[in-house]
Design a protein around this ligand. Structure first.
Ligand code: NAD
Length: 348
């Protein structure tokens, strides 16, 4: 029997799936609204190539679920959703394309609010904003930082510091060795912050230009494959590319005692979180450590001050310390502890 999308959505308690198709501009779009108990579903607009429609729908549902948990953990009045666009080989007119995306978002009447994610930019959000008000992270940020990735990176840096304190007993990132996979919006800013804190970096990206930039700007070292990166005996491995990097093939290669990065859905399956714990590797749950960008955009729509938003982003340090400490006490993986906290909050 083939893959059953609705059964899959139901198994993850995803409440709504919407699709838009427009042949003349090659638009194929999926919105997954996972949960709106705590507020409207907010989540980024991902624009990447997918090998199949099935993989795109699965991505949308899993990412939407992560957004529900992320908002609950960060105590934001929001639910979880995600917009996935199957990127065509060629887009003749980006303006026409993203205007159509904006109309699709608008048709959902504010139950879903979109934002920047992998493959999209604040400029794309500006185009979407010409068709709907249910969009954040445009270039018109009311805060001093327009790109939420900068705040994501800030939160990840704080999360790495919490993991380093718990696992290595060190209070500073000076001299800590970090390997980073993925040097896009989040990975680049993370590399910049870590370099400023005195960490030494080894980086890998499939885009050589992104690697060269970090080598030049941050004296980073590099390797020529993900396998080589995973096998480095560094203090921290930071996944900042796409999901499912922690799986049956990659986990046995890992030498770092800490995994802490921005990528969503790092664990291929939840059992991999348990396996990391059994191997003595401290894993920072992805949706907790990468909440900085969401906090920042949510703060703007809920009229929080920039100072309060910054404090909340820095609070990722304490949230993770608490999760790691409970994980040690209860002998349950950090991912399971984070899920328990989020589910308690969703139950109210
Ligand atoms: P991005 O598209 O700007 O960057 C991704 C980078 O990863 C690119 O440089 C790409 O070349 C590289 N990459 C892709 N596949 C790779 C592979 N197999 N090996 C090595 N490098 C690879 O995306 P981003 O905004 O930096 O986000 C990165 C991750 O962090 C994503 O999983 C995203 O969902 C997550 N995230 C980002 C934010 C944010 O604010 N940007 C917030 C939360 C979560």
């Amino acid at each position: 029997m083939g893959f059953d999308i609705l059964n899959y959505a139901s198994s993850l308690q995803c409440r709504e799936l919407h699709m838009a198709i427009q042949d003349d501009i090659d638009l194929k779009a999926i919105v997954a609204i996972h949960n709106t108990t705590l507020g409207p579903a907010l989540g980024g607009c991902r624009w990447i190539e997918y090998p199949s429609t099935e993989s795109a729908v699965v991505d949308a549902i899993r990412l939407a679920q992560a957004m529900t948990y992320k908002a609950a953990l960060a105590r934001l009045p929001l639910g979880g959703g995600k917009l996935v666009l199957l990127k065509p080989k060629q887009v003749n007119n980006k303006e026409t394309y993203f205007k159509a995306v904006g109309r699709f978002v608008n048709s959902l009447d504010g139950r879903y609010i979109t934002a920047v994610d992998s493959g999209t930019s604040t400029n794309d959000m500006d185009i979407i904003a010409t068709e709907t008000k249910h969009v954040t992270s445009t270039t018109q940020s009311v805060f001093s930082v327009a790109d939420p990735s900068i705040m994501t990176a800030e939160g990840v840096e704080k999360g790495i510091a919490a993991a380093v304190k718990i696992k290595l007993g060190r209070e500073s990132l000076q001299g800590i060795q970090v390997s980073i996979q993925g040097l896009g919006h989040a990975g680049y800013h993370l590399a910049k912050n870590l370099h400023a804190r005195g960490a030494s970096l080894t980086v890998y990206d499939i885009n050589p230009t992104a690697v060269d930039r970090c080598v030049q700007e941050f004296s980073a070292k590099t390797v020529n494959s993900i396998e080589a990166l995973l096998a480095l005996p560094v203090d921290v491995f930071s996944p900042c590319a796409l999901g499912a990097i922690l799986n049956d093939k990659t986990i046995p290669l890992l030498k770092a005692p800490i995994i802490a990065g921005s990528a969503n859905n790092q664990l291929a399956e939840s059992r991999h979180g348990v396996e990391l714990m059994q191997r003595g590797i401290l894993y920072a749950p992805d949706y907790v450590i990468n909440a900085g960008g969401l906090i920042y955009v949510a703060a703007q729509i809920s009229h929080m001050t920039e100072e309060a938003a910054n404090l909340k982003v820095r609070g990722i340090y304490e949230t993770l310390l608490e999760i790691f400490q409970r994980s040690q006490l209860e002998n349950i993986s950090p991912e399971e502890i984070a899920n328990k906290i989020a589910e308690e909050r969703l139950r109210g």
